[in-house]
Design a protein around this ligand. Sequence first.
Ligand code: ATP
Length: 857
Amino acid sequence: MNPQLSTEARLEAYSMSARDAINQLRSHAVNGIDESRVASLHGRYGANLLTEAKPVAWWIKLLAHFSQWVILILIAAAVIAGTMGEWIDAIAILAIVMLNGTLGFIQEEKAGRALAALRAMSSPMAKVIRGSSVQSIPASELVPGDVLQLEAGDQVPADARLITAFDVEVQESSLTGESMPATKDAEVVLPASTPLGDRRNSVFMGTVLTRGKATVVIYATGMQTELGQIAGMLHQSVSKPTPLQQRLTELGQVLVVVCLFIVVVIFSIQYLRGGGLMETLLVSISLAVAAVPEGLPAVVTIALAIGLQRMARRNALIRTLPSVETLGSVTVICTDKTGTLTRNEMTVRELWVGSGRYRVTGTGYEPQGKFLQESMHSDPDVAHRQAEPTSKEVSGDADKDLLKAITIAATCNNASMSPGKNGEPWQVIGDPTEAALLVMSMKGGIDPDGIRKQIIYEVPFDSERKAMSVVVQGPRGIVMCSKGAPEVILAKCSTELRNGDTREFNSERRQQIQKQNFEMASRALRVLAFAYRDEPEQLDGKYQENGLVFAGLVGMIDPPRDEVGTAVAVCQRAGIRPVMITGDHPATALAIGRELQIATPESSATTGLELDNLTDDQLAEQVEKIAVYARVSAAHKLRVVQSLKKQGQVVAMTGDGVNDAPALKAADIGIAMGITGTDVTKEAADMVLTDDNFASIVLAVEEGRGIFDNIQKFVHYLLSCNAGEVMLMFAAAILGMPVPLLAIQILWINLVTDGLPALALAMEPPERDIMQRQPRPARESVITARRGWRILYHGSLICLCALFGFWWVYADDSGNLAVARSAAFAIMAFSQLAFALVCRSHRYTLPQLGLFSNNWL
Ligand code: ATP
């Protein structure tokens, strides 16, 4: 940050009108700041970032590696050896200590850098208007004067004055401590003395929009913001050890006690048998140091960090280290449909309005296509009995009903589109559902920009209400345009538009529309209804969504992603049950669910309404069988997660909306969508999918399983090798042989064969049948009893090889202890290195794995 900036006076934008604030900031409410000013503003105010606490100097981190107690003991041993005149021992021990510490430091730095890079990848974006076009840019590039669009679920990226606000509520507890959301109002002008918590016309960095929609102009960024000023509030995220790391630390503590006991026994026996004090002491200390797996937690961290990088390359950003472990135990994946299982590239296929049914041609977001009127009866029952329909091309204004529907589609719409440069596809900013509607109306000849300039009020879309409305000031008065889930919109309608006239609605006609909705949804179409009202009712300054005129249904396709079918099959083989939880219509959900084989042909979808009628016990009985939930809200998601967890399932749950955060938090693995997800869900999640794709979850689970497998492999390796060394020394003592390895030899073996091969084992790619195994029990420890016995068995094999070598040379030529020790040293070192290859898998042989499939090793 530029140091001069913090002294520059902040604009007290709350004590002036929005217009004055915009003028002072030399911006424009609709067009934003001029692109040409961005660079100079950036230079003047710096990046929109909070300066983090000063990083710890590298040399302090390096020194920390030399203050571990095992290292201190070794240094003490070296000093003792030095004072006794054993210079070679002293220098060798110190050299090994240096190497060990430096290696540990380098590894920690690498892991730290990897984690920092991952954090940077998940930095927030902001929707800004610059030079009159809407752009999505990293929040760090915002400057004072930028005009932003904010909606429910967005984190406020800087301090800003509201220009327009529809129904806005902001959670400001991080700044004011007030737990209730604050209501905001763009119109008020406040006295200069107004305290922060009462500044109703402003929003602040670090707070979250929990409701509504706003346009704001930024007046302070980075350290100039209220949050930046309160330095104490910059809580640094402290990384806690993961449960696995904790368990390993505990295991380490047990091992320390066991090893120390054995070492004391070895020391006593060898010393009493007449070994020199210094030599026996050094050997014992070295053995203690070598036997304790003090490097284990570090290697685990590195293994996790490597795993995180691998997952990031496969579009899954992990936000909390423990999730890597939990991923391997997941038994149920609850997933959204739209965008996660499907492509979220919507194309309108059908329009059903009072004057008849229209097919819409064209693909993708290219606004090129035709309307074909089908000579089919508009009653679905009659239409069903008709032969193949014939169709004729019509223009968008062919009749009033069609024109009304496509006008509503363009008006009640926040998406924006721009033609791609150099023949690239059209670019969309906003919700794909709305983009598809925009494209449809453009195919019908509507110019959306003209219409949307007249919007005077908006009731934003929210997935709880499943509807959205805008109010426009047109040449012939004020009109409300609404769209949303058909049953929601129908409930707000009292009349319908049919062949250009407004007609009363009877229950028979409502049923007919519901049937049409069901028929379209059963063909996997996503169906929305349109409605409008001239001169809508106003209550306390808010326009009401009631007494609407029904204006038709629109059906759009959103095909499943190509790779999801395979991913679902992989899941099922891996003992993981995929469950679809969607806000969409049950028929659409089931059609897609069946296509992807999440649901069987016999399955039915459980709706939010049905969930409400189930008691917790009833839900508990059914929850493990239900494959598709439809028309659910965030509260239902939370209930499903809780119920599944009570049944002992390990649940991963996806979410994107502002209200999904509690369900994500409650799940064992909360997964947020990187593209469509709100900042709130990303903040609450353990994992963010950068491509919003279900298949990436499955890949992440595979990586998670692989990482845990690898951790088990190198723990097995390290403990077996250490056990081998201790057993060798112990056996020699019991059998009345001299010490088979000297202090430096033990330390040297420890240095070469411990950390590096263990790290290389962490690089092992996941075994090929890893997704054909059942999930690992969540509470299973790294070292099961069976594995414990195998560690002792492998340790004793290593011990026997070295002991035999030692005995063979020593018995043959008992005078030459040095040669015998060299034999023991060589055998111990090489058998451990060879054993690393064995540890690559206990399911596959080396040729099956491929000798060169892990070049690190
Ligand atoms: P999923 O939960 O799988 O992501 P979804 O996108 O259908 O599915 P929501 O976004 O909660 O879930 O939408 C619920 C319903 O609200 C949709 O089925 C649709 O009928 C309606 N809807 C969706 N987007 C809009 C919108 N932009 N405007 C109005 N209504 C919408």
